[in-house]
Design a binder for this molecule. Structure first.
Ligand SMILES: [Zn+2]
Length: 418
């Protein structure tokens, strides 16, 4: 659902040829989203997917409520994707809700007892509840229910508009029609299944982000000293796959808890102009992939990132994900740290690292003491600033030698005190 094209060259990804991202940026952004509510609604829809099909015999009392619960999940997913990267770049509100469940059921009036209906002439929006949020004119008695098949408005270009028009039912009581309608029932049920599957698949792909990528990055990939050693990366992935297999044996895990796959894509190559960070332009060979869904795009983001080192990493101070640039290892992000006015996580983290070193390592402690003594000499005018700077450079070099074991500790301390 909601297909798009991703153009890739070097570290750039351009969505539908317009919206630029750095490779790995979309995955990092999605890792920082809260999908708790999406999971609740996903699981409710999963539970209702079978009961909401047109019943063989008997009519469940709460059929209409189930229809609205499923429609509410669809609306939630649509509203959410409009705010998410990639989707928000090309989807407009009117592109979503291509064929809602209520709309679909209303196009089979023969299968339901005559009930409440509303004549629609504007787009249907928001969460569905029984009485609220369905705008439109009251059903006109004179038109009769015979006219209630859905009439879709056609736009100027002949494209079918997603605006509802015609009669849309607001309550659904299956009337279990005789055999004559069995073909219609079969057709309706296939369409209900397809509709639910589309939304469930999209939600599962988003839920996979916290369930799969978060664990995989935190507990396997970023435990490695460097991302640029292919054999170490292979080892981490091997461990992940083995652990997942073990987990699946003992747990009934959901679809979204497993690594996805690259499905429904086709790739071509095109020569187009590339604009670098400094505004310079040059022709490049771009890889153009048409993705049927966000899942296959994220699969490329992750496995592409494994090759280049451009992957999201969880900040050790604020806990949010940030994007690592190729070959550069960092543990802290550059956002303002929690509870700070100006200092970033990277500032706080670097200071913390330094303090820990001083506390735990006599070489660092000796360096810090010598630094303070020499700095005090500057304020007492016993040492000029250039002399202090020269001393500082020399002391850092000496510290490096002590850390590498090139000079004895006693000799190091003696030299520092001079
Ligand atoms: Zn941070």
């Amino acid at each position: 659902m909601y297909a798009f094209k991703a153009y890739r060259v070097e570290n750039q990804v351009v969505i539908n040829g317009r919206h630029k991202y750095r490779q790995g940026e979309v995955l990092a952004d999605l890792l920082n989203q809260d999908f708790t509510k999406l999971k609740e609604k996903y699981e409710e829809c999963l539970r209702l997917e079978v009961p909401v099909r047109y019943p063989d015999i008997g009519v469940p009392d709460d059929y209409t409520q189930m229809v609205y619960a499923v429609q509410t999940f669809f609306n939630y997913v649509d509203d959410m994707v409009l705010r998410l990267p990639v989707y928000r770049d090309f989807l407009k509100p009117e592109d979503t809700r291509p064929d809602g469940l209520i709309n679909l059921l209303s196009s089979y009036p023969e299968l339901f007892e005559e009930g409440e209906g509303i004549f629609f002439n504007e787009a249907h929006s928001g969460d569905c509840t029984f009485d609220e949020d369905i705008h439109g004119e009251e059903y006109d008695e004179e038109e009769g229910f015979e006219a209630r098949e859905r009439r879709r408005r056609h736009g100027k270009d002949g494209a079918v508009s997603n605006t509802l028009s015609g009669i849309v039912l607001t309550s659904f009581t299956p009337n279990n029609p005789e055999e004559t309608y069995s073909v219609l029932v079969g057709q309706l049920n296939r369409r209900i299944v397809k509709l639910c599957d589309n939304y469930l698949a999209l939600a599962a792909e988003l839920l996979r982000v916290p369930y799969v990528y978060s664990d995989l990055l935190d507990d396997y990939i970023h435990k490695l000293p460097s991302l640029l050693q292919p054999s170490a990366v292979a080892g981490a992935m091997e461990a992940y796959f083995a652990d997942r297999e073990e987990y699946d044996k003992t747990h009934r895990s959901g679809v979204y808890e497993r690594m996805g796959e690259k499905r429904g894509t086709s790739t071509t190559h095109e020569v187009m102009v590339y604009e670098d960070e400094n505004g310079g332009t040059a022709k490049r060979l771009w890889e153009v992939t048409e993705h049927g869904s966000i899942g296959s795009f994220l699969y490329d983001e992750f496995f592409g990132g494994l090759e280049t080192g451009r992957l999201p990493k969880r900040c050790a101070i604020c806990g949010k994900y940030f994007l690592l640039d190729s070959g550069y290892s960092a543990d802290f992000c550059e956002r303002i740290a929690p509870g700070e006015a100006e200092k970033t996580c990277r500032d706080i983290g670097a200071r913390k690292r330094y303090d820990e070193k001083v506390k735990n390592d006599p070489i660092w402690l000796a360096y810090q003491r010598a630094y303070k003594t020499h700095y005090a000499r500057v304020s007492k005018k016993k040492l000029t600033k250039p002399e202090f700077a020269a001393w500082s450079d020399w002391a850092i070099e000496l510290r490096g030698k002590a850390l590498n074991g090139e000079i004895e500790f006693e000799e190091y301390v003696r030299k520092l005190k001079r």
